[in-house]
Design a protein around this ligand. Structure first.
Ligand SMILES: *[C@@H]1O[C@H](CO)[C@@H](O)[C@H](O)[C@H]1NC(C)=O
Ligand SMILES: *[C@@H]1O[C@H](CO)[C@@H](O)[C@H](O)[C@H]1NC(C)=O
Ligand SMILES: *[C@@H]1O[C@H](CO)[C@@H](O)[C@H](O)[C@H]1NC(C)=O
Ligand SMILES: *[C@@H]1O[C@H](CO)[C@@H](O)[C@H](O)[C@H]1NC(C)=O
Ligand SMILES: *[C@@H]1O[C@H](CO)[C@@H](O)[C@H](O)[C@H]1NC(C)=O
Ligand SMILES: *[C@@H]1O[C@H](CO)[C@@H](O)[C@H](O)[C@H]1NC(C)=O
Ligand SMILES: *[C@@H]1O[C@H](CO)[C@@H](O)[C@H](O)[C@H]1NC(C)=O
Length: 770
């Protein structure tokens, strides 16, 4: 169903089991054979012809001022205004048909309409535009230490663990009884907080808001995704997260989120039917009204034009109210141009690995060893040696009638995680164990999942090829043997981080000319909170309160938590300033001191890693920031899409293209520079604001590959005050590039005595100036 894939959205997680659990975690069509979609989606109604109704998001002008007592609070007047678009009353009643009435991040509503009804609505005065909603895809213990967060010291100490900050989540709900969300010792929410918890959930000082916008009208998390992301961003310290079955979480089994002191508010916008855009927009509307400081959105669909993308539209208004929206970049890598959620006012997150491995070493009869991974560490397996078997005919291990009793088999996979069906087939055919060979595109990325039934190890495609070669060497009478040694969890693995294969790549389709993704954060094999009533694996499973999951969904809340820490340290910073701080302070190198690599262990492009890997300790003290405001974004929209698009995106902001200056993408004061790869020099302007010591002097340091010439003017910046702004020009020319060259990447760093403010510079032949 390739068509379905382009229409659906959901949590950005990688897991075929989750497809069984719930149709909403649809990642790769191949990962969810036949189970990926439920029939009653918006899709099905689209196919049944024009007479069938479907849910539209309808943007309209704000209600006439006369009908309002005060602008934002008058919900009833808004609803009445929205219902007036559906008059005269149709069967079913007008009230029931306005599914969500939006008053905060957009002015408009969602309703099920037939094509005829939509035409009538669109003729009413005040109508702006309408588009059918889509279904979205939902796209830790070790990560705080890996990111340099230490209890009682540094950033956590400086920001009191994010105390007082409020993080909102648009997700699958929450297990409110999970120990990660207990509130012992926490202060009550700040008085500006307007949210509440929907019964039967009772708010505490940790969980200060819980609301549902989906059919079942409960905030319970039947999927696990929302509990996991919330725990990752803001889970409190929980001892003994190694309670994840036989898998130790590393020697230090204390789990914590990035901002353990922050308050959380959960807006359930996904249920078993999926994550529909009308519910998502309702959640965003409520979150901004309630007063969250930052919003975490681990959901997305394929890239859509900014003026038809509810996440982009809602995030624009959120940014105008000081709320930074952090979004998953998508799990459609490693192909280029696969990003979701790319608007310049959004913080778009890529996923990388952590320095932890759930090691399962494969040792062959000839003494060669390969370091595979397995979440299920079968200690009883010992190091028993078995004959090793690989059949080219049955390389996906769909054994049915074969007898492979007492053999270790080598299986190929076409999916990011080995399919349960292959494991079952091998078990039923008598196999003693499995060596799963990674999908070739996944390179060094190994996505682990919890399995029962058979000892197994997942190895990279490169190692797998060698293991198969050994298994097929010699004649059929040659004895080939292998064993798996379960070495528990090892930490300090190098190199890390490495870009995860599934992490979506730039260039951006919806925001051409803006360098995306923005940053990378841990998203591969992330251990975090899990609702114990949601099984972590098919079949008779024990309850677990932590689970290991992968996706840009998991990377996103790491960044959201860091945003909360920065916001706590600098309450007056704009969303763009916070984003700049996180981008320019990020790390370009891995724990080996080399440039961060991609899944093939090549130097990673900025299109994979963004500005770099998040470094929270530096993000609170970036030295300089590249700031941007709503008017700048509006100028970009005007130049890219025009007045009508601005009205759709910035409906609640009251801006028109005549009052803002149209701004080309390259001139947007973004903390990353993207220009066409061409010989003629192109000058882009930037402005930095001093947020470090009052008296600071910075020198420009350029790194550029051969063929790319970068000049900065002036090359030195002297500041005397905090908040002082300085402009400069960066001139890029690729005169020395060869005709075949498509991409040239360098960096600009402003270096002072105690700060390095680094921005990627990307020259791309596929980028055109608009
Ligand atoms: C933590 O912060 C307090 C002040 O907020 C400071 O007195 C103390 O020295 C800091 N501790 C460490 C280990 O940095
Ligand atoms: C959802 O549940 C809450 C609390 O039980 C109730 O107040 C509200 O009216 C319900 N909403 C809908 C749409 O059923
Ligand atoms: C974990 O602890 C065990 C014994 O308690 C020790 O042998 C091992 O080296 C430790 N591993 C790490 C990564 O610290
Ligand atoms: C484990 O980590 C927690 C929190 O990160 C910390 O409080 C504790 O001291 C650590 N324990 C060890 C043995 O490193
Ligand atoms: C499968 O093979 C094993 C050993 O080679 C043998 O003992 C067993 O009887 C066979 N099973 C069947 C069903 O043929
Ligand atoms: C292969 O293994 C079998 C059983 O372990 C043994 O009897 C046989 O001699 C071995 N053959 C070779 C060539 O090593
Ligand atoms: C919108 O902006 C215009 C011109 O800047 C101003 O006259 C008008 O009052 C504004 N409207 C609202 C609702 O703020």
């Amino acid at each position: 169903m390739p068509h379905a894939r382009s229409k659906s959205m959901g949590p950005m997680t990688i897991s075929p089991f989750a497809c069984v659990l719930s149709a909403l975690i649809v990642l790769l069509a191949t990962a969810c054979p036949a189970l990926g979609y439920v029939p009653n989606s918006g899709l099905a109604t689209q196919r049944t012809g024009a007479a069938a109704a479907q849910t539209y998001i309808v943007l309209v002008d704000p209600p006439p001022a006369a009908s309002l007592q005060h602008s934002d609070g008058d919900e009833a007047a808004h609803r009445q205004w929205h219902e007036s678009f559906l008059l005269p009353a149709v069967a079913g009643g007008v009230q029931r048909r306005v599914r969500h009435s939006y008053t905060s991040v957009v002015s408009g509503f969602a309703a099920r309409l037939t094509a005829g009804e939509l035409a009538a609505v669109s003729r009413k005065p005040g109508f702006v535009r309408a588009f059918p909603e889509r279904r979205l895809r939902p796209m830790t213990t070790r990560t705080p230490a890996f990111l340099g967060l230490d209890p009682g010291r540094g950033v956590w100490n400086l920001t009191s663990y994010g105390e007082g900050a409020i993080i909102g989540f648009l997700d699958t709900g929450i297990d409110e009884n999970h120990p990660s969300f207990r509130d012992t010792g926490m202060p009550p929410p700040p008085s500006r907080w307007k949210g509440s918890c929907q019964p039967p959930v009772r708010c505490n000082h940790k969980l200060i808001g819980a609301a549902s916008f989906v059919g079942d009208n409960t905030t319970a998390d039947d999927v696990g995704h929302g509990t996991h992301t919330t725990g990752t961003a803001a889970g409190r310290f929980v001892e003994g997260a190694s309670a994840f079955g036989p898998v130790p979480a590393g020697n230090n089994t204390t789990a914590a989120g990035m901002a353990p002191g922050a308050h959380v508010a959960v807006y359930k916008v996904c249920d078993a039917q999926g994550c529909f855009e009308s519910a998502l927009l309702a959640g965003m509307d409520a979150a901004v009204k309630d007063g969250v400081d930052v919003l975490s959105v681990s959901l997305g669909g394929v890239s859509a034009p900014l003026d038809r993308d509810p996440i982009a539209i809602g995030a624009f208004a959120a940014a105008s109210r000081g709320v930074l929206v952090v979004c998953a970049g998508g799990n459609s890598g490693p192909l280029p141009s696969t990003l979701s959620n790319e608007a310049p006012w959004i913080l778009t997150v890529a996923a990388g690995s952590v320095d932890r491995s759930f090691r399962a070493t494969v040792r062959l009869g000839d003494g060669e060893v390969f370091q595979g991974e397995s979440l299920t560490q079968d200690k009883r397996f010992g190091s028993k040696v078995y004959p090793l078997y690989y059949s080219q005919g049955m390389n996906y291990c769909d054994y049915f009638d074969a007898n492979i009793t007492g053999m270790m088999v080598v299986c190929d996979t076409e999916t990011p995680v080995p399919p349960m069906s292959s494991i079952e087939a091998v078990r039923e055919a008598g196999g003693a164990g499995i060596v799963f060979v990674n999908e070739p595109d996944f390179g060094y990325t190994i996505v682990v999942e919890k399995y029962y039934g058979l000892p197994m190890s997942q190895v990279t495609a490169v190692d797998g090829t060698k293991i198969m070669g050994y298994a097929m060497k010699g004649s059929s009478t040659t004895n080939h043997t292998a064993t798996i040694v379960f070495d528990s969890t090892v930490v300090g693995v190098k190199p890390a981080p490495v870009v995860a294969a599934f992490s979506s790549r730039g260039p951006s389709v919806a925001s051409p000319g803006v360098m995306k993704p923005d940053v990378m954060a841990p998203g591969l094999n992330i251990l975090a909170a899990w609702p114990s009533q949601v099984p972590v694996v098919e079949g008779p499973a024990e309850p677990y309160s932590f689970n290991v999951v992968s996706g840009t969904s998991m990377a996103t809340p790491h960044v959201t938590g860091i945003v909360a820490l920065v916001k706590k340290a600098h309450p007056d910073w704009s969303p763009a300033a916070i984003k700049s701080a996180i981008m320019t302070s990020s790390s370009a190198v891995d724990n080996d001191g080399h440039p961060i690599m991609d899944e093939e262990h090549r130097k990673a492009s900025s299109y994979a890693v963004g500005a770099g890997h998040v470094a929270p300790a530096r993000a609170v003290d970036p030295g300089l920031v590249y700031d941007l405001g709503v008017r700048d974004y509006a100028g970009y929209i005007c130049k890219l899409l025009g007045e009508a698009a601005l009205k759709a995106i910035a409906g609640t902001v009251n801006l028109t293209c005549t009052e803002v200056e149209p701004l080309g993408a390259e001139q947007l004061n973004y903390p990353a520079i993207l220009v066409p790869l061409r010989a003629e020099p192109l000058a882009v302007n930037r402005m930095v604001t001093n947020v470090g010591p009052a008296r600071s002097s910075y020198t420009a340091k350029i790194e550029a590959p051969e063929g790319l010439t970068v000049k900065v003017e002036p090359a030195e910046l002297e500041f005397r005050e905090v908040g002082e702004r300085k402009t400069f020009t960066v001139t890029v020319s690729a005169a020395g590039a060869s005709a075949e060259q498509k991409l040239a990447e360098g960096t600009l760093s402003w270096v002072s005595h105690d700060h390095v403010v680094r921005s990627p510079i990307v020259a791309d032949s596929s980028i055109a100036l608009i």
